[in-house]
Design a protein around this ligand. Sequence first.
Ligand code: CAO
Length: 419
Amino acid sequence: MANLKITVPDMGDFKDVEVIEVLVKEGQSIDKNESIITLESDKSSVEVPSTHSGKVDKISIAVGDKINKGDLILTLESSEKKEEEKKLEPKKENKIKKIIPSKAALSKVPASPVAQSGKSSASPKVRKFARELGADVSKIPGTQRSGRVSENDVKEFIRSQVTVSHGEIQKKEVTKHVEEYSHEEFGEITVKDIPRVKKLSGPHLVRSWTEIPHVTQHEEIDITEMEQFRSSLYDYYTGEKIKVTPLAFIAKALVSALKEFPNFNASIDTGSNKITYKKYFHIGFAVDTPHGLMVPKIRNVDQMNIQKIGEELRNTSKLCRELKIDKKEFFGGSMTISSLGGIGGTHFTPIINPPEVAILGVGKNFDRLVKEKGKIVSKKILPISLSYDHRIIDGAEGARFCVYLGKCLGKDFAFKLAV
Ligand code: CAO
């Protein structure tokens, strides 16, 4: 038996990476390639595997430590050393590199809070819990930071697989659509891989659509005065026109509505039957990128004026399109806006982005002739579609929310929102 030192492998340029989890205990027997710690940089989290099998003798690091290449993680009582020394030592670096994602892989951006690789990350406690219930943790979409799987995710996953009726457990039927004829029998086709961002966001969308009872309320808002005001904005000092889209006004109005209706700025935990009310106003917005849909947040929108929100919208969507956005910006939102106003269309059914409980869909505004004080006048109408989680928000509250938003974007309020 020899005492082997297991150290932090080469992780490219990454320095002072934080240990967020120690996955093994002293005295525990581990296999080669078994994960021993989880590290988290500002871009991603990654599990570090053991390069040898053996019994953990002494752990030299703790959660919260900032570590670098070569730092000692633990010592291992192992019988492998001699063999390693003889045959494998010169190739050791390569072996480690193979199992640690490259810097490029670490900095890739997920579309939504789902696991970044096939292998979900979860604490040993959660892994054990999943094992006891017969669930494979790598198949469970995680809702925590970096796609980590929580105990509640395991419960939700089990619920999505089985139904309990009169005390009897039944597996839920998942009907896989199998084509009777293959596509190429009807003409020329091309087959491509589903893009990475779509692969990541897909399970998250399915889960939201199948597990959250969505109700979508449609409304038409008269934004005539708001639009006149928006097009008249100019910089006081330079005299230049300020370019800001309706979305900045809508974000500001949404914050006002969230203050009035705190149920919309909340998250529910069905496991513990608790509701979390958020006191911050971080608005998510859907960004259409060549890589797929991304939903970053703009933080503290309540503390910004219209011009600043406009700037943030431009900068953040540029970062998304260039894949330079920090992964953290996809988490911790109050509510999301999905605006298709720059493209076209009226009402649609936006899908809630959990753990949020509501999402506001925005269509393209259009002109409508209406009779006002006996005269026919033209009005600018904005179509909106509000989807909300019916478990926490009642229909009446949904309707009131839309009416309130209408007032916020109406003639008496647009100016107040701008400052
Ligand atoms: N009605 C009419 N015109 C609108 C409008 C509306 N509701 N919203 C925006 N416009 C106008 C803007 O004023 C701008 O006009 P100009 O070119 O004359 O200035 C033009 O449409 C383009 O706006 P934009 O889309 O570039 O900017 P935005 O602030 O409205 O939106 C962003 C930014 C990032 C949300 C948008 O670019 C985007 O990606 N939208 C798609 C979101 C999406 O995919 N949603 C679906 C999610 S579910 O799959």
